[in-house]
Write a protein that binds this ligand. Structure first.
Ligand SMILES: Nc1ncnc2c1ncn2[C@@H]1O[C@H](COP(=O)(O)OP(=O)(O)OP(=O)(O)O)[C@@H](O)[C@H]1O
Length: 259
């Protein structure tokens, strides 16, 4: 997607309406309505415990919704299991590292490519396909800035490099939508800045729903921001609108509303 305005008018890739999840008496997501358009980076922010991870897990299909609908690429996926949603192009990068620590960076991306093809995980079975997949895996590593790390075992990579690798693993599945759950968590300023640049380079090529506490990253990247508080979306708007909104400043940024 090269024309930013086209994203504004295009039909959403992801459209959530009235989504709800309760854990006993605690309502973690409450009547959540949100959409992500093609090529849009939509950030979801909110205080700890607001329900962001619960929402992401519902979108992935790992947690069934109590109520509401989820449409993906125009198709109702509310009752589809997680693996079927992944096959349709819902790509998730996890809050906790989900890489194989004893495998190399290249092997992790290869596994993801094999999984996309419904693969046997036998990387030696078909030398021709194996060669093509290795090249594709190298290309994804290059895309995220890890070209010189392909033979490194995950366990020996730095924290920021693992996050980059997680994104390469997600991209290798050729998703229509990337769900990123706190990719900057645990990063220092330099690593955050590098990841912000990477996400900026992916923007427009993918629809992205980004859950993030790092406000510098959110404000630098987002086309729209939704603010979740106690499970409810209290506001959705542009970065400038969210920054200036009194309810958002009071609820999220910890400021007293003006008298
Ligand atoms: N499996 C569960 N069982 C019971 N309560 C849960 C469960 N998962 C989440 N919760 C509760 O639901 C609420 C929302 O949690 P969630 O992790 O979605 O918030 P969050 O916005 O992602 O928080 P953080 O920014 O700290 O990651 C919290 O009060 C949490 O304790």
């Amino acid at each position: 997607m090269t024309d930013p305005d086209a994203a504004v008018t295009a039909a959403p890739v992801l459209a959530i309406t009235g989504l709800r999840k309760a854990f006993g008496a605690l309502v973690a997501t409450d009547d959540v309505t949100l959409d992500v358009r093609p090529g849009e980076l939509h950030a979801l922010i909110g205080p700890n415990g607001a329900g962001k991870s619960t929402l992401i897990t519902q979108i992935c299909g790992e947690l069934a919704a109590d109520a509401g609908r989820i449409r993906f690429d125009g198709r109702d996926i509310t009752t589809l299991p997680a693996h079927a949603r992944a096959r349709l192009g819902l790509g998730r990068s996890f809050q906790l590292t989900q890489l194989c620590p004893d495998f190399s960076a290249l092997e992790n991306v290869l596994l993801s490519i094999e999984a996309r093809h419904g693969g046997s995980f036998d990387m030696l079975s078909n030398p021709r396909r194996n060669g093509a997949n290795r090249q594709a895996a190298r290309d994804w590593l290059d895309r995220v800035g890890l070209a010189d790390r392909e033979d490194r075992r995950v366990a020996t990579l730095g924290h920021g490099e693992r996050r980059q690798l997680e994104i390469a693993v997600a991209l290798a599945r050729q998703p229509r939508l990337l769900l990123l759950d706190e990719p900057m968590a645990g990063m220092g300023p330099e690593e955050s800045a590098a990841l912000t640049r990477l996400l900026g380079s992916l923007k427009r090529h993918y629809a992205i729903l980004l859950v993030e506490h790092d406000m510098d990253a959110v404000f630098a990247l987002a086309d729209r921001v939704s603010v979740l508080v106690y499970g409810r979306i209290i506001f959705t708007g542009t970065v400038d609108a969210v920054r200036d909104h009194p309810d958002v400043r009071a609820a999220y940024l910890g400021e007293e509303p003006a008298c």
